[in-house]
Design a protein around this ligand. Structure first.
Ligand code: BES
Ligand code: MN
Ligand code: ZN
Length: 488
């Protein structure tokens, strides 16, 4: 998609040669700065009872007298913040996206001073509106034609600010779309091997260095815990390491670690049948790491970034890991596997130990780790766990800025209580209570002295029900976080 900004004189919106015009308003009075023909058409729609200046309301106007663009949608936002703009734009796009328009021009009126976050909110709303999964559905409708977005600005400085937002958004959108595509693919179309090949393709296209380790190489490294999860499947595991270098080699990297369980049946501790199909999304953390590397490679900030993915399938079989088995992790700590369905932490612990060799500036792991996190936070905010306040605050701020929010959860030492085993250094589960927190406490044992945070995206990486599909979260949060760490 082509994104641009355009400085426009008052009165010129009506003369724009776009295929469609989207006007987003805020507040309950008609803002100044709206062209006369458009203002007249909105007033007329209100008078006819077709529209009201109330949050969530949308009007579709065709061939407005005195307006060159043949299609006009007017949407009302609750207030001027990017989040409200995004919701209103999504509503407006709902009526425009199915139409024939290729080039959409957008005017934001009455939202107060515009900044980069507004442009980003708008562009991501457009990307959401036109995204469609098609790779295993030949009968999917043709993609919407919309491929050009012009955002109008009232002045040159405002245009420059909005252009910055659009540039960042364009990269985030590519990253989000890649993450969605990978996560949406069914388990048989996205095995660990496929995931590694897709990461390779992405790395090659964007000039990133990549290493992919196969079962033998993973054995040689000594990742006994990761390998134990992979044992039950005939699909071989992959350990993927992607390097973005944007600063001197001596600059400590930011490291992202993704859970890449391409299908989670639970293993011998088999999951119940209903909704088990959704466990194809259990590589959402890995997809977000690959997507973020894609976005960062496009934006080229001055820093070093390493993305690591541990990919395996969790299946029951004659060779599968069993409850009670004790495995030896790369760190040397032994783990008693009390539940083979708590497999995410078993692959992440070895990945965390592995990345210590990079002496990271910070490490963030991203995982669809626990159903308990969905119970705690629902599907709005991702769970954030960290023992480092600075890192936690940076991630919280990044999530807010990207409209991809998270919420910090506690990690008091007292939560460690349940993580005791008679037969190993640590069990892989504690009781049911506080399950998202005890999972984080488990990971903490493998994070050593690194500045580390864990994002549990079990509730946010995909949607269930009528809108079933991957969201691409938390690529927005991660990209904003990484950019915030760039050298000045
Ligand atoms: N991938 C699941 C977590 C999950 C469950 C995400 C439901 C989204 C929706 C994870 O591997 C898992 O199975 N976790 C168990 C842990 C338990 C056995 C301690 C869970 O949450 O039930
Ligand atoms: Mn599981
Ligand atoms: Zn899982």
């Amino acid at each position: 998609m082509d994104f641009r900004t355009h400085v426009i004189a008052p009165g010129a919106t009506s003369r724009l040669g776009a295929d469609a015009l989207l006007i987003v308003l805020a507040g309950d009075t008609l803002p100044a700065g709206l062209d006369e023909p458009l203002a007249a058409a909105v007033k007329e729609a209100v008078a006819q009872g077709d529209f009201a200046l109330k949050p969530g309301k949308v009007a579709y106007l065709r061939q407005v007298a005195g307006v060159k663009a043949p299609r006009v949608a007017v949407a009302c936002a609750a207030h001027g913040a990017p989040k409200a703009l995004k919701a209103a734009a999504a509503a407006g796009l709902g009526v425009l996206k199915g139409l024939g328009a290729r080039h959409l021009a957008v005017q934001l009126a009455g939202l107060g001073e515009l900044h980069a976050g507004h442009a980003e909110a708008l562009a991501t709303a457009v990307a959401d509106a036109v995204y469609l999964y098609r790779s295993t559905k030949p009968s999917a409708p043709p993609a919407p034609k919309l491929d050009k977005l012009t955002l109008l600005a009232g002045s040159r400085p405002e245009a420059a600010e909005l252009a910055t937002g659009l540039e960042r958004a364009a990269a985030v959108i590519e990253g989000v779309n890649l993450a969605r595509e990978l996560a949406n693919r069914p388990g048989n179309h996205c095995t660990p091997t496929v995931l590694a090949n897709e990461a390779r393709k992405m790395a090659r296209a964007h000039g990133l260095r990549i290493e992919v380790m196969d079962r033998k190489a993973i054995e040689k490294l000594g990742m006994g815990s990761f390998l134990a999860v992979a044992r039950g499947s005939d699909e071989p595991p992959r350990f993927i390491v992607m390097h973005y270098q944007g600063a001197a080699k001596s600059v400590p990297p930011v490291v992202l670690v993704g859970k890449g369980i391409t299908f989670d049946s639970g293993g011998i501790s088999l999951k119940p049948g209903p909704e088990m199909d959704e466990m194809k999304f259990d590589m959402g953390g890995a997809a977000s790491v690959i997507g973020t590397l894609r976005a960062v490679a496009q934006l080229k900030p001055r820093l070093n970034l390493i993305g690591v993915v541990a990919a395996a399938e969790n299946l029951p079989s004659g060779r599968a890991l069993k409850p009670g088995d004790v495995v030896t992790s790369l760190s040397g700590q032994t783990i008693e596997v009390l539940n083979t369905d708590a497999e995410g932490r078993l692959i992440l612990c070895d990945a965390l130990t592995y990345v210590e060799r990079f002496k990271p500036a910070s490490v963030v792991d991203i995982a669809t780790l626990t159903g308990a996190c969905v119970i705690a936070l629902g599907k709005v905010r991702s769970g954030l766990f960290s023992t480092d306040d600075g890192l936690a605050n940076d991630l919280l701020a990044a999530g807010d800025a990207a409209l991809d929010p998270c919420w910090r959860m506690p990690m008091d030492e007292d939560y460690d209580e349940g993580l005791k085993s008679h037969f190993a250094d640590i069990p892989n589960i504690a009781g049911r209570d506080g399950g998202a927190i005890t999972a984080a406490m488990f990971l903490k044992r493998f994070a050593g002295k690194m500045r580390w945070a864990h994002l549990d995206v079990a509730g946010t990486a995909w949607k269930s029900g009528a809108a079933k599909g991957a969201t691409g979260r938390p690529v927005g949060l991660l990209t904003h976080y990484v950019l915030s760490q760039a050298l000045k």
